[in-house]
Ligand binder design. Structure first.
Ligand code: AQP
Length: 333
């Protein structure tokens, strides 16, 4: 039976990229009646420095964001990663299965470590092995993610396959990524070649789920574009990264096909399209951010939801870790 797992890092506030690329998909899979497990991956967040108070705040706010977006903590399991030690335990086993060469090829590692790899944390290098453990400690079969995670999902399959091969078992499933919709890669509002990211130093590059209406409108008004009007079909967006990004965002927010958006707005100047996009963004995001703010007024309730989610997650993860230890030959498992 299908089992869905995915996570988001509490490494800052939620962006429109996280919302459209990931969280909206999470809600859809829950609505399809699948078994869904969603995690605030705090252990991943600390692979780069996090201020402790901000990390706690971001974790609770992320939980509020999930719920405000439509995740029901009864139907889905909602928890923070560090509370379920089985993730880190399985990650160690996977550190011993994965190869250095595999990790060195990861583009996220290369991007985030930058030129100064010697100064990056060991955790940042091992990040994909922990991610594989997050998924496989539940024997999850489907992982909804944005396009930037494709390579990590392939690595997860490689780790599962090598474990199964090395120990001569058919134990870990080969997980499939689910990358769907118009917004699998939302780009920065300042640079159409970079993805929108919560850790981008420029706040103008992203829309945060907590931005107010004026801020959203201002960021969209100032978003970088070219001087041409919108094309009337998809092909006309091919060489126009910034224009394509704004049209994709519109399509994802409106739950329309890109062709439909262009049928309505093709030929318009950005001076006309941007206000329509801003209005749509505010209309769609305002109820979510208002609900997030309301939930954040009762952090005790959020913590209680995470407590309950932790128990339910451990009930699945613990037997899978125990079986893994037995396969590996750990005495007393
Ligand atoms: N720009 C994006 N477009 C579509 N999907 C995106 N995701 C992230 N950015 C975009 C998806 O959101 C999920 C959670 O991401 P994450 O927080 O675990 O890590 P990330 O991909 O590294 O996201 P950020 O916002 O860029 O965070 P930082 O800046 O801390 O690295 C994933 O499914 C991701 O694909």
């Amino acid at each position: 039976t299908p089992r869905v797992f995915s996570g988001v890092q509490p490494s800052g506030g939620l962006t429109l990229g996280n919302y459209l690329g990931a969280i909206k998909r999470f809600v859809e899979m829950q609505e399809q009646g699948l078994e869904t497990i969603y995690c605030m991956v705090d252990l991943h967040a600390i692979t780069v420095w996090q201020d402790p108070a901000k990390l706690s705040h971001a974790t609770r706010e992320l939980c509020a964001g999930f719920i405000a977006a439509g995740i029901d903590p009864e139907r889905s399991i909602l928890f923070n990663q560090s509370r379920v030690p089985e993730h880190a335990q399985l990650a160690w086993i996977f550190n011993c299965v994965a190869r250095m060469g595999w990790m060195k090829r990861m583009t996220q590692w290369k991007d985030k470590a930058g030129k100064n790899q010697e100064e990056a944390s060991l955790g940042l290098f091992a990040y994909p092995a922990l991610m594989a453990a997050d998924i496989l400690v539940y024997h999850a079969t489907h992982v909804p993610v944005g396009e930037d995670q494709t390579q990590h999902l392939e690595l997860t399959r490689d780790i599962a396959a090598k474990f199964n091969h090395d120990y001569g078992v058919e134990f870990f499933p080969l997980t499939e990524s689910v990358i769907e919709g118009a917004a699998t890669r939302v780009m920065s509002l300042r640079d159409g070649t970079r993805k929108m990211s919560k850790s981008d130093p420029s706040d103008m590059s992203r829309i945060n789920m907590t931005d107010d209406a004026d801020t959203i409108a201002q960021k969209i008004r100032k978003a970088r574009t070219d001087p041409e009007p919108l094309p009337s079909d998809h092909a006309g967006l091919a060489e126009r990264a910034e224009a394509r990004n704004l049209v994709n965002i519109y399509a994802a927010l409106a739950e329309m096909e890109v062709e439909q958006v262009l049928a309505e707005h093709g030929g318009k100047q950005f001076s006309a399209f941007k206000p329509a996009l801003a209005e749509l963004a505010v209309e769609t995001l305002a109820p979510v951010s208002a609900e997030m703010a309301r939930l954040m007024e009762a952090p005790g309730e959020i913590d209680a939801i995470l407590d309950r989610g932790t128990e339910r997650a451990r009930a699945i993860a613990a037997p899978i870790l125990k079986r893994t230890y037995e396969i590996v030959g750990m005495v007393g498992a």
